[in-house]
Design a protein around this ligand. Structure first.
Ligand code: NAD
Ligand code: UFG
Length: 340
Protein backbone atom coordinates (compact mmCIF):
# COMPACT_ATOMS: atom_id res chain seq x y z
CA UNK A 1 0.00 0.00 0.00
CA UNK A 2 1.24 3.53 -0.76
CA UNK A 3 0.49 6.17 1.86
CA UNK A 4 0.90 9.91 1.45
CA UNK A 5 2.13 11.48 4.68
CA UNK A 6 1.81 15.26 4.83
CA UNK A 7 4.19 16.89 7.31
CA UNK A 8 6.10 13.61 7.44
CA UNK A 9 9.48 15.24 8.13
CA UNK A 10 8.20 16.73 11.39
CA UNK A 11 8.25 15.35 14.92
CA UNK A 12 5.26 12.98 14.98
CA UNK A 13 5.34 12.50 11.21
CA UNK A 14 8.91 11.18 11.11
CA UNK A 15 8.22 8.64 13.88
CA UNK A 16 5.08 7.48 12.09
CA UNK A 17 6.90 7.23 8.75
CA UNK A 18 9.46 5.01 10.50
CA UNK A 19 6.69 2.77 11.87
CA UNK A 20 5.02 2.58 8.43
CA UNK A 21 8.28 1.68 6.67
CA UNK A 22 9.07 -0.95 9.31
CA UNK A 23 5.69 -2.50 8.59
CA UNK A 24 6.50 -2.70 4.90
CA UNK A 25 4.32 0.14 3.60
CA UNK A 26 5.41 2.43 0.77
CA UNK A 27 5.48 6.04 1.91
CA UNK A 28 5.45 9.35 0.05
CA UNK A 29 6.13 12.43 2.19
CA UNK A 30 5.17 15.98 1.31
CA UNK A 31 6.55 18.63 3.65
CA UNK A 32 7.47 22.28 3.06
CA UNK A 33 10.17 22.04 5.77
CA UNK A 34 8.80 25.17 7.48
CA UNK A 35 9.31 23.43 10.83
CA UNK A 36 11.46 20.42 10.00
CA UNK A 37 14.70 19.23 8.46
CA UNK A 38 15.01 16.61 5.72
CA UNK A 39 17.71 15.10 7.94
CA UNK A 40 14.91 13.44 9.97
CA UNK A 41 13.91 11.37 6.93
CA UNK A 42 17.53 10.53 6.09
CA UNK A 43 17.86 9.10 9.59
CA UNK A 44 14.56 7.23 9.27
CA UNK A 45 15.96 5.64 6.09
CA UNK A 46 19.18 4.68 7.88
CA UNK A 47 17.20 3.14 10.77
CA UNK A 48 14.76 1.17 8.63
CA UNK A 49 16.90 0.38 5.58
CA UNK A 50 14.02 1.75 3.47
CA UNK A 51 13.44 5.27 2.22
CA UNK A 52 10.25 7.24 1.92
CA UNK A 53 9.88 9.21 -1.32
CA UNK A 54 10.29 12.84 -0.27
CA UNK A 55 8.80 15.85 -2.03
CA UNK A 56 9.48 19.32 -0.65
CA UNK A 57 6.15 21.00 -1.27
CA UNK A 58 3.22 22.76 0.30
CA UNK A 59 -0.21 21.26 0.92
CA UNK A 60 -1.77 24.55 -0.19
CA UNK A 61 -0.31 23.96 -3.67
CA UNK A 62 -2.87 21.83 -5.50
CA UNK A 63 -0.59 21.32 -8.51
CA UNK A 64 2.00 19.75 -6.21
CA UNK A 65 -0.60 17.43 -4.65
CA UNK A 66 -2.14 16.53 -8.02
CA UNK A 67 1.31 15.57 -9.31
CA UNK A 68 1.93 13.35 -6.27
CA UNK A 69 -1.42 11.60 -6.65
CA UNK A 70 -0.85 11.00 -10.34
CA UNK A 71 2.76 9.80 -9.98
CA UNK A 72 2.23 7.36 -7.09
CA UNK A 73 -0.45 4.69 -6.44
CA UNK A 74 -1.55 6.44 -3.22
CA UNK A 75 -4.63 4.94 -1.53
CA UNK A 76 -4.44 6.60 1.90
CA UNK A 77 -3.35 9.89 3.42
CA UNK A 78 -2.07 10.66 6.91
CA UNK A 79 -2.28 14.40 7.37
CA UNK A 80 0.16 15.91 9.91
CA UNK A 81 1.09 19.11 8.05
CA UNK A 82 0.18 22.31 9.83
CA UNK A 83 1.31 24.90 12.32
CA UNK A 84 1.09 23.94 15.98
CA UNK A 85 2.23 26.65 18.41
CA UNK A 86 -0.72 27.78 20.51
CA UNK A 87 0.82 31.11 21.57
CA UNK A 88 2.05 31.99 18.08
CA UNK A 89 -1.44 31.29 16.70
CA UNK A 90 -2.88 34.17 18.74
CA UNK A 91 -0.36 36.53 17.07
CA UNK A 92 -0.63 35.03 13.56
CA UNK A 93 -4.20 33.75 13.20
CA UNK A 94 -4.29 34.09 9.41
CA UNK A 95 -1.20 31.90 9.00
CA UNK A 96 -2.82 29.26 11.20
CA UNK A 97 -6.14 29.29 9.34
CA UNK A 98 -4.25 29.33 6.00
CA UNK A 99 -2.04 26.35 6.75
CA UNK A 100 -4.35 24.28 8.91
CA UNK A 101 -7.81 24.98 7.51
CA UNK A 102 -7.23 26.17 3.92
CA UNK A 103 -4.40 23.65 3.52
CA UNK A 104 -6.72 20.81 4.51
CA UNK A 105 -9.36 22.03 2.04
CA UNK A 106 -6.80 21.89 -0.77
CA UNK A 107 -5.75 18.40 0.31
CA UNK A 108 -9.37 17.20 0.36
CA UNK A 109 -9.97 18.64 -3.10
CA UNK A 110 -6.89 16.87 -4.46
CA UNK A 111 -7.98 13.62 -2.78
CA UNK A 112 -11.44 13.93 -4.30
CA UNK A 113 -10.00 14.53 -7.76
CA UNK A 114 -7.65 11.54 -7.40
CA UNK A 115 -10.42 9.40 -5.84
CA UNK A 116 -8.31 8.70 -2.75
CA UNK A 117 -10.87 8.03 -0.05
CA UNK A 118 -9.15 7.28 3.23
CA UNK A 119 -7.70 9.89 5.55
CA UNK A 120 -6.25 10.11 9.06
CA UNK A 121 -6.08 13.63 10.49
CA UNK A 122 -3.92 14.95 13.36
CA UNK A 123 -6.36 16.56 15.73
CA UNK A 124 -5.79 17.60 19.30
CA UNK A 125 -7.22 17.40 22.81
CA UNK A 126 -7.62 21.16 22.47
CA UNK A 127 -10.89 20.61 20.50
CA UNK A 128 -12.65 19.77 23.78
CA UNK A 129 -12.44 23.43 24.76
CA UNK A 130 -11.93 24.96 28.16
CA UNK A 131 -15.09 23.84 29.96
CA UNK A 132 -15.21 20.09 29.37
CA UNK A 133 -15.03 17.87 32.46
CA UNK A 134 -12.13 15.39 32.70
CA UNK A 135 -11.41 12.82 31.49
CA UNK A 136 -12.21 13.97 27.97
CA UNK A 137 -14.46 11.54 26.07
CA UNK A 138 -15.05 11.48 22.33
CA UNK A 139 -18.82 11.74 22.96
CA UNK A 140 -18.42 15.17 24.58
CA UNK A 141 -19.24 18.28 22.58
CA UNK A 142 -16.26 20.00 20.99
CA UNK A 143 -15.61 23.70 20.42
CA UNK A 144 -15.20 26.60 22.83
CA UNK A 145 -11.52 26.51 21.90
CA UNK A 146 -9.31 29.23 23.34
CA UNK A 147 -6.80 29.88 20.53
CA UNK A 148 -6.78 30.16 16.74
CA UNK A 149 -4.72 26.94 16.74
CA UNK A 150 -7.42 25.09 18.69
CA UNK A 151 -10.13 26.64 16.55
CA UNK A 152 -8.33 25.52 13.39
CA UNK A 153 -8.36 21.90 14.61
CA UNK A 154 -12.03 22.19 15.59
CA UNK A 155 -12.92 23.74 12.21
CA UNK A 156 -11.07 21.02 10.29
CA UNK A 157 -12.92 18.34 12.24
CA UNK A 158 -16.22 20.03 11.31
CA UNK A 159 -15.19 20.18 7.64
CA UNK A 160 -14.13 16.52 7.68
CA UNK A 161 -17.45 15.46 9.20
CA UNK A 162 -19.46 17.43 6.64
CA UNK A 163 -17.30 16.13 3.80
CA UNK A 164 -17.54 12.50 4.97
CA UNK A 165 -21.31 12.81 5.40
CA UNK A 166 -21.67 14.12 1.84
CA UNK A 167 -19.31 11.52 0.33
CA UNK A 168 -20.33 8.20 1.81
CA UNK A 169 -17.43 6.28 0.29
CA UNK A 170 -14.90 8.40 2.22
CA UNK A 171 -13.52 7.12 5.53
CA UNK A 172 -11.93 9.68 7.83
CA UNK A 173 -10.41 9.27 11.29
CA UNK A 174 -9.42 12.22 13.48
CA UNK A 175 -6.89 11.27 16.13
CA UNK A 176 -6.99 13.68 19.07
CA UNK A 177 -3.50 13.63 20.53
CA UNK A 178 -2.94 14.62 24.12
CA UNK A 179 0.71 15.53 24.89
CA UNK A 180 3.16 13.60 22.66
CA UNK A 181 6.70 13.47 24.09
CA UNK A 182 9.86 11.37 23.92
CA UNK A 183 11.76 10.06 20.94
CA UNK A 184 12.65 6.89 19.05
CA UNK A 185 14.67 4.61 21.37
CA UNK A 186 17.66 4.76 19.00
CA UNK A 187 18.19 8.41 19.95
CA UNK A 188 18.50 9.19 16.22
CA UNK A 189 15.18 10.99 15.66
CA UNK A 190 13.24 13.21 18.03
CA UNK A 191 11.64 16.60 18.55
CA UNK A 192 13.68 19.54 17.28
CA UNK A 193 11.83 22.78 18.07
CA UNK A 194 12.88 26.02 16.39
CA UNK A 195 14.05 28.66 18.88
CA UNK A 196 12.82 28.68 22.47
CA UNK A 197 10.66 25.59 23.10
CA UNK A 198 7.02 26.26 23.94
CA UNK A 199 6.40 22.81 25.33
CA UNK A 200 7.46 21.42 28.68
CA UNK A 201 9.58 18.40 27.78
CA UNK A 202 11.71 19.99 25.03
CA UNK A 203 12.36 22.88 27.44
CA UNK A 204 13.41 20.54 30.26
CA UNK A 205 15.70 18.64 27.86
CA UNK A 206 17.39 21.88 26.74
CA UNK A 207 17.97 22.88 30.37
CA UNK A 208 19.57 19.47 30.91
CA UNK A 209 22.13 20.00 28.12
CA UNK A 210 22.88 23.55 29.26
CA UNK A 211 21.14 25.40 26.42
CA UNK A 212 18.67 27.03 28.86
CA UNK A 213 19.45 28.18 32.36
CA UNK A 214 16.33 27.00 34.17
CA UNK A 215 12.77 25.91 33.61
CA UNK A 216 9.94 28.37 34.28
CA UNK A 217 6.99 26.52 35.81
CA UNK A 218 3.82 28.29 34.69
CA UNK A 219 1.75 28.45 37.85
CA UNK A 220 1.87 26.52 41.13
CA UNK A 221 -1.57 27.58 42.35
CA UNK A 222 -3.78 25.28 40.27
CA UNK A 223 -6.19 22.98 42.12
CA UNK A 224 -3.95 19.92 41.50
CA UNK A 225 -1.81 17.56 43.66
CA UNK A 226 1.13 19.97 43.85
CA UNK A 227 -0.41 23.11 42.34
CA UNK A 228 1.16 22.66 38.88
CA UNK A 229 -0.68 21.77 35.66
CA UNK A 230 -1.66 18.17 34.92
CA UNK A 231 -1.42 16.71 31.39
CA UNK A 232 -1.70 13.33 29.72
CA UNK A 233 1.76 12.63 28.26
CA UNK A 234 2.07 9.97 25.58
CA UNK A 235 5.23 8.49 24.07
CA UNK A 236 5.60 9.53 20.42
CA UNK A 237 6.16 5.87 19.42
CA UNK A 238 2.77 5.04 20.97
CA UNK A 239 1.29 7.89 18.91
CA UNK A 240 2.89 6.34 15.80
CA UNK A 241 1.47 2.94 16.73
CA UNK A 242 -1.94 4.58 17.11
CA UNK A 243 -1.74 5.62 13.45
CA UNK A 244 -1.04 2.07 12.35
CA UNK A 245 -4.04 0.87 14.37
CA UNK A 246 -6.21 3.62 12.86
CA UNK A 247 -5.01 2.67 9.36
CA UNK A 248 -6.11 -0.89 9.95
CA UNK A 249 -9.49 0.32 11.17
CA UNK A 250 -10.18 2.68 8.23
CA UNK A 251 -11.95 0.03 6.11
CA UNK A 252 -14.51 -0.41 8.91
CA UNK A 253 -15.32 3.31 9.09
CA UNK A 254 -18.21 4.53 7.00
CA UNK A 255 -17.81 8.28 7.39
CA UNK A 256 -16.00 10.05 10.25
CA UNK A 257 -14.76 8.86 13.64
CA UNK A 258 -12.63 10.55 16.31
CA UNK A 259 -10.35 8.80 18.80
CA UNK A 260 -8.35 10.10 21.73
CA UNK A 261 -4.68 9.13 21.71
CA UNK A 262 -3.56 9.47 25.29
CA UNK A 263 -2.31 7.37 28.17
CA UNK A 264 -5.40 7.99 30.27
CA UNK A 265 -3.40 9.30 33.25
CA UNK A 266 -2.18 12.77 34.15
CA UNK A 267 1.10 13.96 35.64
CA UNK A 268 1.93 17.37 37.10
CA UNK A 269 4.76 19.55 35.82
CA UNK A 270 6.81 18.84 38.94
CA UNK A 271 6.23 15.09 38.60
CA UNK A 272 7.56 15.32 35.05
CA UNK A 273 10.63 17.28 36.23
CA UNK A 274 11.26 14.62 38.85
CA UNK A 275 10.85 11.74 36.37
CA UNK A 276 13.28 13.43 33.95
CA UNK A 277 15.84 13.92 36.74
CA UNK A 278 15.59 10.23 37.65
CA UNK A 279 16.03 9.08 34.06
CA UNK A 280 18.89 11.43 33.23
CA UNK A 281 20.64 11.90 36.55
CA UNK A 282 20.67 15.64 35.76
CA UNK A 283 19.18 18.18 38.16
CA UNK A 284 16.71 20.58 36.52
CA UNK A 285 16.69 24.00 38.22
CA UNK A 286 13.31 25.69 38.02
CA UNK A 287 11.42 28.73 39.22
CA UNK A 288 7.71 29.21 39.67
CA UNK A 289 6.30 31.84 37.30
CA UNK A 290 2.77 33.21 36.88
CA UNK A 291 0.28 31.06 34.96
CA UNK A 292 0.58 31.08 31.17
CA UNK A 293 -2.44 32.65 29.43
CA UNK A 294 -5.00 30.07 28.41
CA UNK A 295 -3.50 27.10 30.31
CA UNK A 296 -6.00 24.75 31.90
CA UNK A 297 -5.38 23.21 35.33
CA UNK A 298 -5.72 19.57 34.33
CA UNK A 299 -6.89 17.33 31.52
CA UNK A 300 -6.37 13.77 30.42
CA UNK A 301 -7.99 11.30 28.05
CA UNK A 302 -10.62 8.66 28.41
CA UNK A 303 -8.96 5.98 26.28
CA UNK A 304 -11.68 3.32 26.16
CA UNK A 305 -12.88 4.01 22.64
CA UNK A 306 -9.42 3.62 21.07
CA UNK A 307 -8.85 0.46 23.10
CA UNK A 308 -12.17 -1.12 22.13
CA UNK A 309 -12.40 -0.05 18.49
CA UNK A 310 -8.77 0.31 17.39
CA UNK A 311 -7.35 -2.36 19.70
CA UNK A 312 -4.71 0.20 20.66
CA UNK A 313 -3.39 1.42 23.99
CA UNK A 314 -0.12 2.88 25.19
CA UNK A 315 2.69 0.47 26.05
CA UNK A 316 5.37 2.92 27.22
CA UNK A 317 5.41 4.68 30.61
CA UNK A 318 6.85 8.04 31.66
CA UNK A 319 10.21 6.53 32.53
CA UNK A 320 10.61 5.29 28.98
CA UNK A 321 9.44 8.69 27.67
CA UNK A 322 12.16 10.38 29.73
CA UNK A 323 14.92 7.88 28.93
CA UNK A 324 14.24 8.15 25.19
CA UNK A 325 13.93 11.94 25.31
CA UNK A 326 17.22 12.17 27.18
CA UNK A 327 19.05 9.84 24.77
CA UNK A 328 17.87 11.97 21.83
CA UNK A 329 18.74 15.31 23.47
CA UNK A 330 22.13 14.18 24.82
CA UNK A 331 23.21 12.72 21.47
CA UNK A 332 21.80 15.65 19.46
CA UNK A 333 22.12 18.76 21.64
CA UNK A 334 21.50 20.93 18.55
CA UNK A 335 18.80 18.71 17.09
CA UNK A 336 19.23 18.04 13.39
CA UNK A 337 21.30 21.21 12.85
CA UNK A 338 24.58 19.33 13.26
CA UNK A 339 24.59 16.15 11.20
CA UNK A 340 26.36 12.92 12.03
P1 NAD B 1 5.80 19.50 13.45
O1 NAD B 1 5.81 20.96 13.29
O2 NAD B 1 7.06 18.82 13.88
O3 NAD B 1 5.29 18.79 12.11
C1 NAD B 1 4.44 19.44 11.18
C2 NAD B 1 5.12 19.34 9.83
O4 NAD B 1 4.30 19.95 8.83
C3 NAD B 1 6.47 20.06 9.78
O5 NAD B 1 7.43 19.16 9.27
C4 NAD B 1 6.25 21.25 8.85
O6 NAD B 1 7.43 21.57 8.13
C5 NAD B 1 5.13 20.74 7.98
N1 NAD B 1 4.24 21.77 7.41
C6 NAD B 1 3.66 22.80 8.04
N2 NAD B 1 2.87 23.49 7.20
C7 NAD B 1 2.95 22.86 5.99
C8 NAD B 1 2.38 23.10 4.72
N3 NAD B 1 1.55 24.13 4.50
N4 NAD B 1 2.69 22.26 3.70
C9 NAD B 1 3.54 21.22 3.90
N5 NAD B 1 4.12 20.96 5.08
C10 NAD B 1 3.82 21.77 6.12
O7 NAD B 1 4.60 19.13 14.47
P2 NAD B 1 4.21 17.75 15.15
O8 NAD B 1 4.40 17.91 16.61
O9 NAD B 1 4.85 16.63 14.45
O10 NAD B 1 2.64 17.78 14.88
C11 NAD B 1 2.06 17.11 13.77
C12 NAD B 1 0.57 17.39 13.77
O11 NAD B 1 0.01 16.96 15.01
C13 NAD B 1 0.22 18.87 13.62
O12 NAD B 1 -0.93 18.96 12.80
C14 NAD B 1 -0.13 19.28 15.04
O13 NAD B 1 -1.02 20.34 15.07
C15 NAD B 1 -0.74 18.01 15.59
N6 NAD B 1 -0.65 17.92 17.06
C16 NAD B 1 0.57 17.99 17.67
C17 NAD B 1 0.64 17.95 19.07
C18 NAD B 1 1.97 18.06 19.77
O14 NAD B 1 1.98 18.31 20.98
N7 NAD B 1 3.11 17.84 19.10
C19 NAD B 1 -0.53 17.81 19.84
C20 NAD B 1 -1.75 17.72 19.17
C21 NAD B 1 -1.81 17.77 17.79
N1 UFG C 1 4.78 24.28 31.15
C1 UFG C 1 5.63 24.91 32.02
N2 UFG C 1 6.76 25.49 31.54
C2 UFG C 1 7.10 25.47 30.22
C3 UFG C 1 6.22 24.82 29.32
C4 UFG C 1 5.06 24.25 29.81
O1 UFG C 1 5.36 24.94 33.22
O2 UFG C 1 8.14 26.03 29.84
C5 UFG C 1 3.58 23.61 31.66
C6 UFG C 1 2.28 24.16 31.11
O3 UFG C 1 1.83 25.24 31.86
C7 UFG C 1 1.37 22.92 31.17
C8 UFG C 1 2.33 21.76 30.95
O4 UFG C 1 3.64 22.26 31.26
O5 UFG C 1 0.84 22.80 32.47
C9 UFG C 1 2.33 21.24 29.52
O6 UFG C 1 2.53 22.35 28.63
P1 UFG C 1 2.89 22.13 27.09
O7 UFG C 1 3.11 23.49 26.50
O8 UFG C 1 3.98 21.13 26.96
O9 UFG C 1 1.59 21.45 26.50
P2 UFG C 1 0.07 22.00 26.47
O10 UFG C 1 -0.73 21.02 27.26
O11 UFG C 1 -0.02 23.41 26.83
O12 UFG C 1 -0.23 21.93 24.89
C10 UFG C 1 -0.13 20.73 24.18
C11 UFG C 1 0.21 21.00 22.71
C12 UFG C 1 -0.92 21.69 22.00
C13 UFG C 1 -2.22 21.01 22.22
C14 UFG C 1 -2.46 20.79 23.69
C15 UFG C 1 -3.71 20.01 23.92
O13 UFG C 1 1.37 21.78 22.61
O14 UFG C 1 -0.66 21.64 20.62
O15 UFG C 1 -1.37 20.07 24.26
O16 UFG C 1 -3.60 18.82 23.19
F1 UFG C 1 -3.22 21.75 21.71
Amino acid sequence: MTILVTGGAGYIGSHTVLALLERGEDVVVVDNLSNASAESLRRVAALTGKAATFCQGDIRDIACLNALFSQHPITRVIHFAGLKAVGESTRKPLEYYQNNVAGTLVLLEAMRQADVRQLIFSSSATVYGADSPVPYRETMPTGGTSSPYGSSKFMVEQILQDFARANAHFAIIALRYFNPVGAHPSGRIGEDPLGIPNNLLPYIAQVAVGKREKLGVFGADFPTRDGTGVRDYIHVMDVAAGHLAAMDHLPQISAFEAYNLGAGVGYTVLEMVNAFEQASGVKIPYQILPRRDGDLAAFWADVHRAKQQLGWQVTRDIHQMMQDLWRWQKNNPHGYAVGE
